[in-house]
Design a binder for this molecule. Structure first.
Ligand code: NAD
Length: 321
């Protein structure tokens, strides 16, 4: 069995490798070569923790396994470690033997940023110049850094519920040599691409805050009850997702589905666009919206890439198990 500890991930995994792994597995999902298992998420009644599993099997990549972990709200204060904790376990699909155990914390941020990046590559207008960020927490910095690689952006604009956090994303913009402007939500009209990545339970971005032709990646809503954008925006947009089952139950589309303004068969898996079985954006005026809910197969794809890199570089820890 191979172990790749969390401390090694930063030196092993690149944004490019995460992007390729996630793009490939989305394609496999749409061609039904890969599927996710139902998500388990439980309040365990201890340490206020939410714990669960996301798993799946990718027949094309021969990747079987799960990510186990969750959210421990008191970690930072009481234990000096981050509140989100996860580990990926990979198994041999031929025998069921455990193959690898990989630190999943940084990988989660990289695979989540890769998902919105894949959506920008395939759905945003080629001439996109301004990117708008809604959210400025831990994930937002990864999201912006990865997105900037997909188009020749010239400016970053940002809004956050807690404005004092905006310097987090301003720093990413400045490091990339781009100007940053803090704006009101209605100024998101200026953006060609918008990423929302917050933990909100009520919408911030309204349908009339968005100009025709915009691509929006909604990345924060991954649980029942969370919501970042007005349901009417999904009715106005062409909606894409990583996985339809998650989109309508725990993703941003849950609200438009519940109020009847969106039908499940109006949602397309992004993998279909990657595979060329769906044309994707059909005009420069169309609003496209990617509902990125976060699937287990993304975690397995990046973890399996990390294992290969760790073995190649001779830093994988091998144990007889
Ligand atoms: P964080 O705690 O670092 O940041 C939270 C962000 O949400 C901040 O920008 C904060 O200002 C904002 N926010 C908090 N309350 C708000 C409110 N009431 N209204 C509007 N904004 C509010 O969290 P993070 O690690 O950056 O995660 C952000 C979200 O992304 C979480 O909901 C997390 O569950 C989700 N997430 C999704 C995926 C996926 O695959 N889709 C993966 C990882 C995390």
């Amino acid at each position: 069995m191979i172990i790749v500890p969390e401390r090694e991930i930063a030196d092993l995994m690149t944004r490019e490798a995460a992007f390729d792994a996630v793009e490939q597995v989305f394609a496999s999902m749409a061609s039904r070569d890969a599927y996710n298992f139902p998500v388990v998420r439980e309040a365990i009644g201890h340490a206020d923790a939410l714990y669960g599993f996301k798993g799946g099997f990718d027949r094309a990549g021969m990747t079987l396994g799960l990510k186990a972990g969750g959210y421990w709200p008191n970690n930072l204060e009481q234990h000096g470690i981050i509140n989100h904790q996860s580990t990926v376990f990979l198994f041999d699909p031929d025998t069921g033997k455990a193959n690898a155990m990989v630190g999943g914390n940084l990988l989660t941020a990289l695979r989540t940023a890769a998902a919105s990046s894949v959506s920008i590559k395939h759905l945003a207008r080629a001439d996109s110049k301004i990117i708008g960020m809604i959210g400025a927490g831990h994930q937002a910095t990864f999201q912006l850094r990865a997105a900037l690689e997909q188009r020749s952006f010239e400016k970053v604009i940002g809004w956050n519920y807690h404005p004092e956090m905006l310097p987090n994303i301003e720093k990413v913009a400045i490091d990339a040599g781009l100007p940053f402007e803090a704006v009101s939500l209605d100024r998101m009209q200026d953006a060609d691409v918008i990423i929302s990545i917050t933990s909100a339970f009520a919408p911030s971005l309204m349908a009339d805050h968005v100009a025709p032709g915009t691509h929006i990646a909604c990345m924060g809503t991954d649980t029942k009850g969370k919501q970042e954008v007005e349901a009417a925006l999904l009715a106005r947009a062409t909606v894409f997702t990583d996985e339809i089952a998650q989109s309508i139950s725990i993703g941003e589309a849950q609200h438009a589905i519940a109020d009847g303004t969106l039908d499940q068969d109006q949602i397309t898996e992004i993998g279909a666009v990657i595979n060329g079985t769906h044309p994707g954006r059909s005009s420069d005026q169309e609003i496209t919206l990617f509902d990125g809910t976060g699937v287990g197969l993304q975690d397995l794809a990046v973890a399996s890439a990390v294992v290969r890199l760790a073995v190649d570089k001779g830093i994988a820890i091998e144990v007889d198990f």
